[in-house]
Ligand binder design. Sequence first.
Ligand code: AMP
Length: 271
Amino acid sequence: MQEWALKRREHEEKIALVPTMGALHEGHLSLLREGKRLADHLVLSIFVNPLQFGPAEDLKQYPKTLEKDLNRAEECGVDIVFYPKTGDMYPKDFQTSLDLGALSKPLCGAARPGHFQGVATVVLKLFNIVQPNVALFGQKDYQQLRIIQQMVKDLNLPVEIKPMPIVREDDGLAMSSRNRYLKTDERQAALAISLSLVKAQSLVDQGEKNVEALVKTVHATLEETKKLKVEYALLCDPKTLDPLKTLKLPALLAVACRIGETRLIDNCVLR
Ligand code: AMP
């Protein structure tokens, strides 16, 4: 992979990379279509990265739909699918990983210790292997995107990070590979998540400036259904991810919930 990539770069051809864990949906495809537009060569990586899963998480069950993924990749004009084996990415003597700072501590970082360290480590490896000029990341994983932007800046990586908007189902549910875990009633309950974000924005539109009041409405909307357990619902600075005490727009509203065994995240930038 790296040999191919270095050859392309030698010829000044542009490479776009879309890193994924597979089980592709329209969210992933939107990144691929934009990647196709931005570069001469489009690389899709599919790797379920064990480093970013905690011991009690869904590494073993994570959906695998390789045949379908390959068809979809082809439809989007992907030139190369990089689909490494775990042992190739992490041979037995693998021992180096990244130490992250403040951006990795709040929100999902608090609930999933080591998660972002695993993400950053694999993304840095993918950047070195695929040598992309541009890499595309969804705002669905807002904290991940911020951590990668910071890593690129801090470590002077020669890659442009292109953030991409959240793709949603018609009823508002943010697309996620994990949505397929949801039973029918859970899928229905999950709609409260995007609804809570919409409600918060409309309160802001009506002039609400109080952080506590906004967060209270979000919690109330989420907790209307007993099926849904709120892990966090927080307003933060969209750049630093520090919690907001007073409302300053734009503000990131980030939510993580559990529905049964399934953990879902969503967010919006309130304006
Ligand atoms: P994943 O396969 O879940 O690791 O996601 C791979 C990439 O797709 C990440 O950059 C995600 O942020 C992005 N992504 C996942 N879901 C969505 C979505 N609903 N809309 C936009 N991007 C997404």
